[in-house]
Write a protein that binds this ligand. Structure first.
Ligand code: HEC
Ligand code: HEC
Ligand code: HEC
Length: 291
């Protein structure tokens, strides 16, 4: 009797937990994105832990080897085929020693099938087996490629400071206010205020430019404002002095695209993804489900 009560209670407890989990999962079904995180051991193959982007270069080699094997199998060129297959074998197997957690994602049988077919000069079978091998590339990429690139390769702006030590996002918020001040002021006919906000924006952009040089150091060319943006800034100044409402609006829009949107399209998007994927899981926030 005691045992039946004990087991009954266990079943009840497990039932309640499973029920709660299913309930929570369903409540959030439409609102949660689930992504797999790469094992941290991959970090050692990226800068700054490594001097080179070793992981990425291994991948580029794999792609080249797959293409070469396809080419030489089609051409029935056994010698070149086997040379490239030797390299593919080495690099494909290396994935398991570089990131041991990913060893089960490799298909060594498919690799052996490519090797056997190549050894027996069955060229059509080489290509078929290579396709099966390629599926393992694609399945790992589907799970991990985007997240890994965002986490390990997107430039990190979180600790970046702009002239005078102001955090980047505060500087951004100030730039955004200035852009809007310009628009509000000229729309309401306060031309002197529009010009004052413009001059602040110009200074703010020059200060921001100091942070780009570290990475964008093309010889003899200022990365930001670059010549195209400088031209648009001169245009805007001219419009603010002499232009009508329409030309003021148009030239401000041009500056915003070149000065803000272009960089946001690359850096902000990638940085946001990095931050999002890098977040620790937080069940409390999830359970609050305020969407
Ligand atoms: C176990 C996981 C895994 C396997 C297996 C794998 N890759 Fe990758 N691969 C990755 C990850 C993660 C990235 C993203 C790296 C980055 O962008 O920094 C990547 C990126 C790449 C890239 C560069 C990004 C792109 O698509 O332009 C190429 C090319 C590539 N892999 C080729 C291959 C080939 C070919 C194979 C199979 C022969 C393969 N990979 C197998 C994990 C894997
Ligand atoms: C930590 C290094 C780093 C800093 C700082 C940095 N960038 Fe970049 N930026 C990169 C890298 C790397 C790429 C190439 C991204 C890619 O193609 O994967 C890039 C690409 C870009 C691109 C898109 C490609 C192009 O050249 O048109 C723009 C626009 C850009 N950066 C603007 C800026 C501006 C403006 C600043 C300063 C306000 C800046 N970046 C600061 C590293 C940096
Ligand atoms: C490096 C290239 C780059 C350029 C150029 C750039 N931004 Fe940004 N911006 C970023 C990044 C990266 C973030 C995210 C910062 C963060 O979340 O810490 C950001 C965030 C912002 C934010 C949100 C700030 C906040 O409160 O968190 C605003 C607003 C903004 N930018 C406006 C602008 C405007 C307006 C311009 C043009 C005058 C501009 N940005 C130019 C990269 C850039």
């Amino acid at each position: 009797m005691r045992w039946t009560i004990f087991i009954g209670l266990q079943i009840l407890v497990v039932g309640v937990i499973v029920g709660a989990a299913v309930f929570v999962a369903q409540m959030h079904d439409d609102h949660v994105i689930i992504a797999k995180k790469p094992p941290p051991s991959i970090g050692q193959w990226y800068k700054p832990d490594n001097k080179r982007q070793v992981w990425l270069h291994t991948m580029f080699r794999l792609r080249r080897q797959v293409v070469a094997i396809e080419v030489y199998a089609s051409a029935e060129d056994s010698e070149n085929l086997n040379t490239w297959l030797g390299m593919l074998t080495k690099d494909y197997q290396k994935i398991a020693s570089m990131v041991p957690e990913w060893a089960p994602r490799l298909d060594l049988e498919a690799l052996a099938a490519v090797q056997n077919a190549a050894g027996e000069s069955r060229y059509k079978d080489v290509i078929a087996a290579l396709r099966a091998l390629n599926d393992t590339c694609r399945s790992c990429h589907a799970d991990f490629r985007a997240v890994t690139a965002a986490l390990y390769r997107a430039p990190d702006f979180s600790t970046m400071k702009v002239a005078g030590g102001k955090p980047l996002n505060e500087h951004m918020a100030a730039l955004s206010r200035q852009v809007n001040h310009i628009k509000i002021a000229f729309t309401d006919g306060r031309d002197a205020d529009a010009m004052a906000a413009f001059l602040n924006l110009k200074t703010g952009m020059d200060e921001l430019g100091g942070t780009c040089i570290k990475c964008h150091n093309k010889l003899g060319q200022k990365p930001y404002p670059d010549p195209a943006l400088s031209g648009a800034i001169a245009n805007l100044e001219e419009s603010l002095r002499t232009g009508d409402l329409k030309s003021k609006g148009r030239s401000l829009g041009m500056v915003a695209v070149l000065a803000c949107a272009q960089c946001h399209g690359t850096h902000r998007l990638a940085f946001d993804a990095k931050v999002l994927y890098g977040q620790e899981k937080n069940w409390r926030t999830l359970l609050q489900h305020r969407f």
